[in-house]
Ligand binder design. Structure first.
Ligand code: PLP
Ligand code: ZN
Length: 448
């Protein structure tokens, strides 16, 4: 029998962490006493007190300067003075963060705005933004002396944790619902994770993971229970600002499921403002699938998040499918406090955005990643975008994550290869075919 105790405080804190605040009751928790959640209502199902870390920004100002950052590594660890991790802690070797920020004049013309910036998170080690959070998770686990990390997930968070754990020689335990796609499970197994397929839903898998973490000394990476994942994800906001010369875009569009990424963006942009590096917050635009629009409903109808029941979620964009978004408090605050909005887009629009994004920028996204563009297109159609503004699309995951959806997206658009015979007859047909081909994207400038 192994020791019957959970991994508890103290968590690694980093040089400038001062305390944490409960997002539900406002209680202040000192670093030494910090667990994953607020002690006053830990264990209350679905409404555990998610914590929010606070830093001494005044003291951090001298370490977190554009000049000092310019000499940092080309990864998310350039921002480690503002992360909950000791400065000498070991970090995973996989190249995480510092993903490209591309400008797309073609999308700017299509959307009728001054500039469109594409933040390309498909370039992360396991091909989604989740690597930012999982890299921090394994670094924290290692510095706590833990040897096993765990989470419940249907996809990218699990892949990210399993890959990061493999890179640091940590054990990884993953709980997935029995319905998890075989390809995703195969990726976990290849990374050496111990995978349990739970005979139930994602929520059942989540509950089982939580129960196991109560009785084993495992690092628990579960989204919106572990407050540090927001901190890892906020580095995307740091990069958008630094790569824009410490300007922030007017808006950022991002696909929203549990709401942890949009909450992390809010945190990151707010940190930069507190440090005096930027002067405003971008408007955060949370894009939800019409079949998984809990947060859109709550925002639009002004519903109370702690009492609104789960909805039945159903969308092709599996990474943003969430019946009860686990990080809903931070997500709603992100939109409200930045004068942003939630937008809902239907599955055909999400799928259509995959080839549109790929064709105009060269970036190939999974449905949840392309949802950012679908949301911007929907906003442009209500003529709610200004011709003078700069918008950023956060492309959260790679198209190679979900090849089935990519194939469907292309066939829906009548994008198909043209069969030709070999030899001379084939050449004639190739030349004829090229001549006859008309633009599939009438709204766009010629691609030639
Ligand atoms: C997890 C994920 C999202 C949504 O993030 P939340 O924090 O759940 O809102 C969007 N896109 C991709 C590719 C993801 O993996
Ligand atoms: Zn509390």
């Amino acid at each position: 029998m192994t020791a019957d105790h959970p991994a508890t405080a103290p968590f690694p804190q980093g040089p400038f962490v001062t305390h944490a605040v409960c997002r539900i009751c406002g209680k202040t928790v000192a670093p030494r006493d910090m667990g994953y959640v607020c002690p006053d209502h830990a264990g209350e199902l679905e409404n555990e007190g998610i914590l929010d870390l606070r830093y001494d920004y005044q003291a951090a100002r001298s370490a977190f300067t554009p000049e000092a950052l310019a000499h940092g590594p080309r990864s998310l660890w350039r921002y480690r003075s503002l992360l909950p991790l000791p400065l000498d802690a070991e970090t995973p070797p996989l190249a995480t963060g510092w993903t490209p920020l591309y400008e797309s004049p073609r999308l700017a013309r299509l959307l009728g705005v001054a500039r469109v910036l594409i933040k390309d998170e498909t370039r992360q080690p396991t091909a989604s933004l989740k690597d930012r959070a999982s890299a921090l998770a394994v670094a924290q686990a290692k510095s706590m002396g833990l040897t096993t990390v765990a989470c419940a997930s249907t996809g990218n968070a699990a892949a990210a944790l399993a890959g990061m754990a493999a890179s640091m020689n940590l054990n990884c335990v993953i709980f997935v619902p029995a319905s998890a796609p075989q390809a995703k499970v195969a990726q976990l197994l290849a990374f050496g994770a111990r995978v349990f397929t739970v005979q139930g839903s994602y929520d059942d898998a989540f509950d089982l993971c939580m129960a196991a973490c109560q009785v084993r000394p495992w690092y628990n990476r579960n989204t919106a229970y572990n407050p540090f994942m927001t901190e890892g994800k906020k580095t995307a906001a740091f990069e958008i600002a630094e790569q824009s010369g410490w300007e922030v875009p007017d808006r950022v569009f991002v696909g929203v499921g549990d709401g942890c990424i949009i909450g992390g963006l809010h945190k990151g942009f707010a940190d930069l403002q507190a440090l005096g590096l930027t002067t405003r917050l971008p408007r955060l635009m949370g894009v939800q699938a019409a079949g998984s629009d809990y947060l859109h409903q709550a925002w639009h109808n002004n519903e109370a998040l702690l009492t609104k029941p789960a909805i039945q979620a159903r969308t092709v964009a599996d990474s943003i499918s969430a019946g009860l978004p686990r990080d809903r408090l931070k997500a709603l605050a992100a939109v409200r406090e930045t004068n942003g909005a939630f937008i809902k887009v239907d599955d055909p629009a999400i799928l259509q955005a995959i080839p549109t994004l790929a064709h105009t920028t060269g970036v190939f996204a999974e449905p949840a990643g392309a949802a950012a563009l679908a949301g911007a297109l929907a906003t442009a159609q209500t003529s709610d975008l200004s011709p003078t503004e700069t918008i950023c699309l956060l492309i959260t995951g790679s198209g190679l994550k979900d090849v089935t959806s990519a194939i469907k997206a292309c066939s829906d658009q009548n994008l198909a290869p043209t069969p030709v015979p070999i030899g001379r007859r084939g050449l004639d047909q190739v030349l004829e075919g090229l001549h006859a081909k008309s633009s599939l994207y009438p709204g766009l400038p010629s691609s030639r």
